[in-house]
Design a protein around this ligand. Structure first.
Ligand SMILES: [Zn+2]
Length: 346
């Protein structure tokens, strides 16, 4: 998937050109030139943010890097949803926001620093898309902050393959999938759906198509959640296989030790006893001293809850899609808008 990004009307053209140069320089390995270029990108990004009404801090080079720069975002433009969200996130949860120059992702949440990192490429899109990226990542940050406060969630579960078999056929989510995506994409969908009449659009694609894509993607996520919850439940329940007695099944800490224990459950396809993936269940409040049977019960409850949420999400999205496709405006009114940006996977 290689989306083509056309310029938003108010995006600085020079930023687009510099970002193109950046990918070329990253390949060439000329570190000094890359550092100079990234600083220039940081300066233009900072100016663009200020022009769009953001309150920002000074550019800082990330310690121990040659060419990674950060611009702190202190507040969103006045009287926007974003402003409210950033206020809540920073006051209540001490979440901070930066534009990071020298980062591949559109947006990501870094849990050790409780920081949301955004690519300057967001600034090539209409301001609303930057809002959506920030809101999406903030929702992830809220999930992690809940865990940090000891609150368990059926969506604080992830899955990784143990071999080469892809997990899903959803682009970007074939080698790692986090259950949170179901909830974050649900909210993205609602946001876009609510703004269905506004004049921002895709290159070569209509707004209804974006909404459909988002809904279909959320359905795909819901199915993934259901599938892996079901397999992990089975693995934990199955007395015959008794995975607990297998050497590769361990109740042990994972790297997010500050959140508590992460239970790792190898999962197999029906009829096979060779695990092809590992489901990791975050269990705040569970310690090394919690008896295995209690850990198992807590995990089973979370898994059954996540499976239920997957089912609910699927039904909801299918109904939304049906209603949306039946809408007489779909396929007419929204198609006449101007071209602005490509589909953005997150
Ligand atoms: Zn996400």
């Amino acid at each position: 998937m290689s989306p083509v990004y056309a310029l938003a009307q108010n995006a600085p053209e020079s930023l687009a050109i510099l970002l193109q140069k950046q990918s070329a320089l990253e390949q060439s390995g000329d570190k000094a030139a890359l550092a100079a270029l990234n600083r220039q990108i940081a300066e233009i990004s900072r100016k663009t943010l200020i022009d769009q009404g953001y309150r920002v801090g000074e550019i800082a080079q990330l310690p121990n890097t040659a060419s990674v720069f950060q611009i702190p975002i202190l507040q969103g433009p006045a009287n926007t949803n974003l402003q409210k969200t950033i206020t809540e996130a920073s006051d209540r949860f001490k979440i901070s926001y930066v534009i990071q120059v020298g980062d591949l992702h559109f947006g990501s949440y870094d849990s050790p620093t409780n920081k949301i990192q955004l690519s300057p490429r967001n600034l090539l899109l209409p301001p609303r898309e930057m809002f959506n990226t920030i809101l999406h990542e903030t929702r992830h940050a809220f999930f992690w902050n809940k865990a940090a406060r000891g609150i368990r969630s059926p969506l604080n579960i992830d899955v990784s393959p143990l071999g080469n078999q892809p997990l899903t056929d959803i682009p970007l989510y074939d080698t790692y999938f986090h259950f949170q995506e179901m909830a974050t994409h649900h909210r993205d969908f609602q946001q876009i759906r609510a703004g269905a009449n506004s004049a921002y659009v895709l290159e070569g694609e209509s707004l209804p198509r974006i909404i459909e894509t988002k809904a279909e993607r959320t359905i795909g996520f819901a199915e993934t959640v259901q599938k892996y919850s079901g397999l992990a439940t089975k693995a934990l329940k199955d007395e015959n296989i008794s995975l607990v007695n297998k050497p590769n099944f361990t109740f042990r800490d994972y790297k997010f030790s500050s959140y508590g224990m992460t239970l790792r459950v190898p999962v197999t396809n029906p009829g096979s006893d060779i695990p092809f993936a590992e489901v990791r269940i975050l269990l705040p409040g569970v310690t090394k001293d919690t008896p295995d049977e209690e850990v198992r019960k807590i995990a089973l409850d979370l898994l059954s809850e996540s499976k239920k949420q997957g089912e609910k999400e699927q039904a909801f999205m299918s109904d939304e899609l049906k209603a949306f496709r039946a809408d007489p405006l779909v396929g007419r009114g929204h198609n006449s808008c101007q071209v602005m940006f490509g589909a953005i996977p997150r």
